[in-house]
Design a protein around this ligand. Structure first.
Ligand code: TRP
Length: 338
């Protein structure tokens, strides 16, 4: 079975874009014939690279882990853990810091974007952590002999860097790391902002109306979908170029009902926008209902969630320890005493 690793950042609340684009696929894969040996990590250390509130980070980390379980990540099939609870991530990051170069990190487009975008942050005051973000991500991946990394399109450059670091390390210190491969989902991958359908749905969007949160109640979901930006004309047709708003709603409907876009497009081809939006809203509400219910049950038992995460961290630690002994030997560090 292929070893698969993916990370998800605990910033804000989980939203429909993450769920449809990534998490639902992870869940489905657990019991599919093409089952993989999957590790999913809540990457709290990555969430510290931009200004944040400590209490909020604690809450977001707990809620995201709880939500992943509610969404159907089965801790008996997949390995689920919180990054900072396995100390080898930070440790391997430090070692890889001496393989990564200033020049290549400076060229990371996400670093360039984030180091200008944040309010009150000047290029001089950007943290070393933000600069180093992709090296920590490489550590996450390489620590588990990962073969495949399912990841969004916006992470291509970071994944490429992980591969480069693995190959450079292997060349310099002897074969140590598996060189990972990125897998980029094609359909249902890009749920766009409802208010601004040419940019990805994200929790940091300008208007909260543009983003459906997984814990939104039915009234909120319906309101957001009904006020979604649609396009001129009145035809329900899939045409992302000329009708990004309607196409996004078709994309959402297809994803949450497990149908293809042509199927849902045909179903609503004669409808007006109003009836179409009502149907999309209902489909989203229905598909989130069981997830929300499981979330409530789990959130009411934080001790159980903690137990699951502790168990995940322990299993991850055992895998990471094996790779770290190999790394330490390769780079000339004394073995870690047992
Ligand atoms: N950078 C990723 C993102 O923003 C999150 C991430 C951190 C990750 N470490 C990872 C994804 C390792 C895959 C593998 O989405």
């Amino acid at each position: 079975m292929a070893r698969v690793f993916s990370g998800i950042k605990p910033t804000g609340e989980m939203q429909l874009g993450n769920y449809v684009g990534a998490v639902r696929r992870w869940v489905a894969q657990q019991h599919a014939p093409d089952q993989v040996d999957a590790i999913y990590c809540v990457v709290d250390l990555h969430a510290m690279t931009v200004p944040y509130d400590p209490a909020e980070l604690t809450g977001s980390t707990r809620r995201l882990a709880t939500m992943l379980l509610a969404a159907g990540i089965d801790p008996d099939v997949s390995l689920l853990f919180v990054q900072s609870q396995v100390s080898q991530h930070a440790e391997l990051c430090w070692i890889l810091n001496n393989v990564a170069t200033f020049g290549e990190l400076r060229r990371m487009t996400q670093f360039k974007d984030k180091s200008v975008q944040h309010s009150g942050v000047t290029p001089e005051s950007v943290t070393a952590g933000l600069f180093d973000y992709p090296v920590l991500m490489a550590a996450d991946i390489l620590l588990y002999d990962t073969e495949e990394v399912p990841i969004g399109d916006d992470q291509r450059q970071h994944l490429e860097l992980s591969r480069d670091l693995a190959m450079r390390f292997n060349h310099r210190f002897g074969n140590t790391f598996v060189v990972p491969k990125g897998t980029f989902p094609t359909t249902g991958a890009r749920i766009m902002d409802l208010q601004n359908p040419t940019s990805k749905m994200s929790k940091s969007a300008d208007s909260p109306l543009g983003t459906i949160l997984l814990l939104d109640d039915p009234a909120a979901i319906t309101k957001k979908i009904k006020s979604a930006v649609t396009d001129s004309g009145s035809e329900v047709r899939y045409d992302p170029e000329n009708k990004p708003g309607v196409s996004n709603l078709l994309e959402i409907l297809a994803a949450v009902t497990d149908q293809t876009i042509p199927t849902v497009e045909a179903e609503f081809s004669g409808s007006g926008y109003g009836a179409f939006k009502a149907a999309v809203a209902e489909a989203v509400v229905e598909s989130l209902r069981p997830v929300q219910k499981r979330y409530e049950t789990l959130a009411a038992d934080p001790v159980e969630v903690e137990r699951i995460l502790a168990n995940g961290a322990q299993r991850a630690e055992a895998l990471a320890a094996v790779v770290m002994q190999r790394v330490r030997r390769a780079v000339g560090l004394l073995p870690r005493p047992l």
